[in-house]
Write a protein that binds this ligand. Structure first.
Ligand SMILES: N[C@@H](CCC(=O)N[C@@H](CS)C(=O)NCC(=O)O)C(=O)O
Length: 115
């Protein structure tokens, strides 16, 4: 019981560990994702923390820099952050809600995921 509590607590402060082969597989999948965000937005912070916890290499695009703000508005439809861009082979998906994004990432890349 104490061991379970300890593992749970440790998990809160350490990113998910994967074998290097598994991490490479995950890295290949996250190449198709990008997070449009603002550095001080609390919703973005929540998503960035999930990305850190899940040990994901996801490109982060600050909408105050370069073309990212314009691209988010013109292609995603609005400038709200956070927004996860998911590049499928045949289309690009723009996922806007922080709760939906974190749930999607946990399901796809969490400790109990198939990958
Ligand atoms: N319900 C959204 C709220 C996100 C939100 O309000 N983000 C702010 C920045 S912290 C924003 O983009 N505001 C501008 C807008 O909504 O157009 C979520 O949970 O992701």
């Amino acid at each position: 019981m104490t061991g379970q509590v300890f593992n749970w607590l440790r998990g809160l402060f350490r990113p998910l560990h994967r074998s290097s082969q598994h991490q490479q597989q995950v890295d290949a999948e996250t190449q198709h994702l990008a997070l449009y965000h603002l550095p001080l937005c609390s919703y973005c912070l929540y998503v960035r923390r999930t990305i850190w916890r899940l040990n994901l290499n996801i490109e982060q695009r600050n909408i105050l820099e370069g073309q990212w703000g314009n691209e988010l508005r013109s292609e995603g439809g609005k400038t709200q952050t956070p927004c996860l861009q998911i590049r499928h082979p045949d289309r690009t998906e723009w996922m806007y809600e922080s709760a939906e994004i974190t749930q999607y990432l946990k399901q796809r890349f969490g400790a109990n995921s198939k990958i």
